[in-house]
Design a protein around this ligand. Structure first.
Ligand code: SAM
Length: 241
């Protein structure tokens, strides 16, 4: 059963022999675009039951069914790492969500800071990007994308047991490092193109659960900064070690 190349996310429990109905879009993709049919093998995941090889058991223009046959990979959840980021331009925000899913963030939270240009996001579209990224990178987990929320409100209700690694552009060039960070639940915080305001910076500095960090001697674009911080955290405390 090794020739299954197509990977799909489904919202149903994966149980051997229990057929899963296809959505119209999945049927169109599988049978119309990819020209698969009854007997074809597909890899499925649902974010909880690992990855399964499933067989197309019914194929129609607008629907069909896949029947899971055997587990092909165990469920692998990412470390308890969230990404808080201020949305930027559409394509770059899409990029941040896609890369966060690939790099192993467990939750993605868009936050509105004082200098954030966007006052709304399309949460459903960003969630679809996270899902597509998981489908393509072989992940069995899809990070939830939260709705946009003001940073001040998020901080007011924050559980201090989860530390925040704050990418602070005012530290550019400082010799701050990630060495010595304690394991546990973490979140990374990345600011918008305009950076953090002085008021936000003062508030973040005063919070015990916030650790400011420099990402090197140059100012990075927010999307680059998100990838760099996720990579550094994963190498120091995550599942890349
Ligand atoms: N307009 C800001 C300035 O000129 O100082 C730069 C903001 S930067 C484009 C966007 C975000 O990326 C920052 O708010 C910060 O979270 C992060 N960032 C970029 N470069 C960084 C660095 N070298 N160290 C720490 N954080 C950085």
């Amino acid at each position: 059963m090794a020739q299954a190349k197509i990977r799909l996310y489904v919202e149903h429990p994966l149980v051997a022999g229990q057929p899963i109905p296809l959505t119209e879009a999945q049927a169109h993709y599988l049978f119309g675009v990819m020209r698969e049919g009854v007997g074809s093998l597909v890899r499925l995941f649902n974010g909880q039951d690992g990855e399964w090889i499933a067989e197309v058991t019914t194929a129609a223009k607008r629907g069909g069914a896949l029947t899971p046959r055997e587990v092909s990979a165990p469920q692998l959840n990412p470390p308890d790492l969230w990404l808080l980021f201020a949305p930027i331009k559409k394509a770059r925000t899409d990029f941040i969500v896609e890369k966060a899913a690939e790099l192993g963030a467990a939750r993605i939270c868009p936050v509105q800071t004082e200098f954030t240009n966007a006052d709304r996001i399309r949460q459903d579209r960003l969630q679809a990007h996270a899902l597509e990224a998981a489908e393509q990178c072989g992940g069995t987990y899809v990070p939830e994308v939260a709705d946009l929320a003001p940073l001040s409100k998020v901080l007011a209700g924050w559980d201090p047991a989860r530390r925040i690694l704050w990418a602070d552009e005012s530290l550019v060039g400082a010799a701050e490092t990630l060495a010595g960070l304690a394991p546990g639940p973490w979140s990374i915080l990345i600011g918008p193109e305009g950076g953090f305001s002085e008021a936000e910076r003062n508030r973040l500095r005063a919070l015990d659960f916030v650790t400011p960090v420099s990402l090197g001697p140059r100012i990075l674009r927010a999307d680059t900064a998100a990838c760099a911080a996720l990579t550094l955290w994963q190498a120091a405390l995550g599942d890349w070690r």
